[in-house]
Design a protein around this ligand. Sequence first.
Ligand code: ZN
Length: 303
Amino acid sequence: MKRERENELQQNSSSESSDGLFQLPAYYPLSKKFKAELRQLNPAKTIDSVIKETRSALMETLFEYIDNQAEQGLEQVSKGNIAAEEYEKTKKLKYKEDPVLLRGKRVLEKLNQTRRRQATYLAAFQKTRTEILDRHEPELSLEDLERYAHMKVVPSQVHDLYKDVLSSNVKESASVSEMLVKSEAMEIDKKLFVAINPTEPIPFNDQEDDDEIEIGGGKVNLTCPISRLIMKNPVKNKKCGHTYDKASLANYNSTDCPECGVTIQKSELVEDTLMKIRIACYERDQKLQEFHKTKADDDIDRL
Ligand SMILES: [Zn+2]
């Protein structure tokens, strides 16, 4: 039955010129209405924000876990159950050995991978959409039917176009995506490391230009080079890698970096996220140590 139908179609098209029957075009443009709808479509935006939210909620949970661990560790140190040096030594490897942190990291990496993959599909969709909307073709009408039926070069159908764009996008972005996922994994490691070891320099580093500024004793300086106080809102100068407190920079009566003399440009300043974590966690440790010290003193007084 199907075969017969095909024959019929073939006959129709071959006899088209002789008997004047028109041929249905192999390609016809999208209607104005559909193009308008296509312009409105915004897929994947919600998915992206859900992934981002989930990711930051998980990161918060890991930070809380680290705070908890610090609390327990410092209490043990203050009670004399663990030597302070021993505690410091175990802390340095915690970011890559603690089973809870490891599991959390794996989930974060999966989320980042999903986000990247999602971005590839979204980019392919957007590219396809642009290409289709850029086709300035008259809408299909009876008058234009003939024209479309005799097109020499038939543009790709939407689905084929999307498939082509997607496969080239996937090829193009696979290596970039892999690199990004890797550097995001490194970023997670860094955040966990500094939350556990607020004043320790990061023992692994991917970018040479991202070296942290160390002070004597191999510790990282948490004070502002302008105010000499512990920073509250650290901003990093991308040009030289030095970090200052936002507030002291506002009152600073020079445009030269106090550490190296390069001109400080507003466009080069970014929030120093790692430094922010360092400071918060350093203050956490200070408070905990203070708390346990007072408690120990009280206990001695009571004797
Ligand atoms: Zn500098």
